[in-house]
Design a protein around this ligand. Structure first.
Ligand SMILES: *Cc1c(COP(=O)(O)O)cnc(C)c1O
Length: 362
């Protein structure tokens, strides 16, 4: 790709170049099987190895090999908003939700179809600019589970601690910061993430569920929505998104080659520190929207002095090879997504552009 840009899109998002190369080769021919990746049967031995390899790699990276089952499901993280309560909440039961942005709100709406989601904490009154402190959470020990959103893609906030749920199973939507840093994954009973931000292409959602929770899936659930059915069939109940799972497997291999989660975390920390430092040293020209203690290392949201300047900034960025810097349509402003695969050079180029733009317009 001669004209590859620095891709700051929020999702689908940048992928590691070696993964793209290997994917392109596999689209031509998968190994030496005489077929394209796009042509193989999901019941064949090639896909069996891809499916199992990706599940095992994810479990290894998170340390969940013994305790959790890894599933690949369709429907995006949005389907999990419904699948989680459907499987884990008794009909008419209750569960705790910490609401830190639009995605958590959507999760709450879906839970209402099954029972009563209780708001255990929220920063909505402060326009979701921060993550509630542990002392602010009101947790119900009788809740079916506690749900939180570890990174708020739209508002640029991220949890810097894992909430203490006691004996209540902890559920996390980690769509936009999955495998971006070291986390005590074992404290989570269920973890889900759409692949298209940090794990691969659109089309597959990863679910890691603690094995004892599989017993909660009622036998009469629609099979496509039942964790127990997908677990029982190793994510082969129906035709899986073969292509997407293949690419996820390569991304997991790439993460291992970057030094695993410790290596990825250091790389991500450095990128985020560089960008936030540029914002903080701009004498207020650039203004970060998230509270200091809640800043996301994945989605850096910022404003300029006026909407006109923001428009000009975004228009000038494109020709400089800086793509995808527009904030989410619901909040406006600018957003730089710094997912795992984004090269550190992309952030340096952005920071240089920001300084130059301020010099000309400040
Ligand atoms: C993008 C995103 C979603 C929605 O994912 P889909 O795969 O489009 O359904 C949910 N939660 C978070 C935190 C996200 O960033």
């Amino acid at each position: 790709m001669a004209n590859r840009v620095f891709n700051f899109n929020a999702g689908p998002a940048v992928l590691p170049p070696p993964v793209l190369e290997r994917t392109a080769a596999a689209v031509r021919e998968l190994g030496s099987c005489g077929m394209s990746l796009l042509e193989v049967s999901h019941r064949g031995k090639e896909y069996a190895a891809i499916n199992q390899g990706a599940q095992e790699r994810f479990a290894r990276l998170t340390g969940l090999e013994k305790t959790h089952t890894i599933l690949f499901m369709g429907g995006g993280a949005s389907l999990q908003f419904y699948a989680v309560p459907l499987n884990l909440m008794p009909k008419g039961g209750k569960a705790d939700y910490v609401v830190t942005g639009s995605w958590s709100k959507k999760a709450v709406s879906e839970a209402k179809r099954v029972g009563t989601p209780q708001i255990a904490g929220t920063s909505e009154a402060e326009s979701f600019t921060r993550i509630p402190k542990a002392s602010e959470l009101k947790l119900d020990p009788a809740a079916a589970y506690l749900h939180y959103t570890s990174n708020n893609t739209i508002y640029g906030t991220e949890w810097h601690y894992v909430p203490e749920a006691g004996a209540v199973p902890l559920v996390v939507d980690a769509s936009s910061d999955i495998l971006s840093r070291r986390v005590d994954f074992s404290r989570h009973a269920l973890l889900y993430a759409g692949a298209q931000k940090n794990l691969g292409p659109a089309g597959v959602t990863l679910v890691a569920i603690r094995k004892d929770l599989l017993a909660r899936s009622a036998a009469d659930l629609p099979p496509m929505l039942s964790y127990a059915v997908h677990a029982d069939q190793s994510s082969l109940y129906n035709t899986p998104p073969v292509f997407a799972v293949f690419v996820v497997g390569l991304v997991l291999e790439w993460i291992e080659s970057e030094g695993g989660l410790a290596g990825i975390e250091a790389r991500n920390r450095k990128k985020a520190d560089e960008l936030y430092a540029a914002i903080d040293s701009s004498s207020g020209f650039y203004r970060g929207t998230a509270a200091q203690d809640s800043r996301s290392a994945m989605n850096v949201t910022f404003r300029l002095p006026s909407e006109d300047l923001e428009k000009k900034f975004l228009e000038a960025a494109g020709p400089e090879g800086l793509a995808g810097l527009k904030g989410h349509r619901s909040v406006g402003g600018c957003r730089a997504s710094l997912y795992n695969a984004l090269a550190p050079e992309a952030v340096s180029a952005l920071v240089q552009f920001m300084r130059e733009f301020q010099r000309r317009n400040g």
